[in-house]
Design a protein around this ligand. Sequence first.
Ligand code: SAH
Ligand code: DHB
Ligand code: MG
Length: 229
Amino acid sequence: MSDSNQLWTDVDHYFAELFVGADATLTNALASSSAAGLPDIAVAPNQGKLLHLLVRMNRARRVLEIGTLGGYSTIWMARALPADGQLITLELNAKHAAVARANFEGAGVASKVELREGAALCSLQELVREKSAPFDFVFIDADKANIPGYFEFALLLTRPGSVIVVDNVVRNGAIIDPDGSDASVQGVRQFNTMVAAEPRVTATALQTVGVKGYDGFAILLVVEPHRTA
Ligand code: SAH
Ligand code: DHB
Ligand code: MG
């Protein structure tokens, strides 16, 4: 680890200790994920708290998550919901889904969380077909090559005032290489171009450093598109 990475990590620990604190439920969720062999790619504790705060700030009652893993980010967001709130989370990998379901039970959020197993694009199509009520908050954090498709569905499943957050939009800075062949980077670049041209959202993106290295979030607000006629 480089010196700057070590410093980012130390500062993340400093903030997590102050603003997140010891949380046995979340620690257990990460431990059971790790024990089951899931990759260590959940959001950092202070990032999970950011998602939690954004859900609360927007008084969201319905949350959609694309990419569950062991449910760490899910638990953070589910805890931000009112008693009658609902979170639907989409996961392709059956093992990840099983670990996440157990973690939702352990965290006491299972009654608010519905995990739909399968390819997210199929589950999203299903939500559209069901005429799902709009989601107030969407967190996109699955396979990066499909982010453009997830964004299209997010627009169909939200309303003006909804917030869409997308993880991993910086990827160590690889995002600014227009010639890169990496499908993940191409997916994020195409998404960024779509967002810039999309009148139904206004957006920004932030670079982050810390225990998860150098990456970033895009944050979008769904707006009423301006009418020209
Ligand atoms: N949001 C989680 C991390 C998600 S990691 C957290 O912060 O705690 C990305 C997840 O997306 C992995 O579990 C992976 O299995 C899942 N995934 C990858 N491709 C997918 C697809 N096509 N549909 C649904 N989930 C997918
Ligand atoms: C990966 C996915 C993520 O969502 C993340 O936050 C970090 C890494 C990955 O697939 O490598
Ligand atoms: Mg991520």
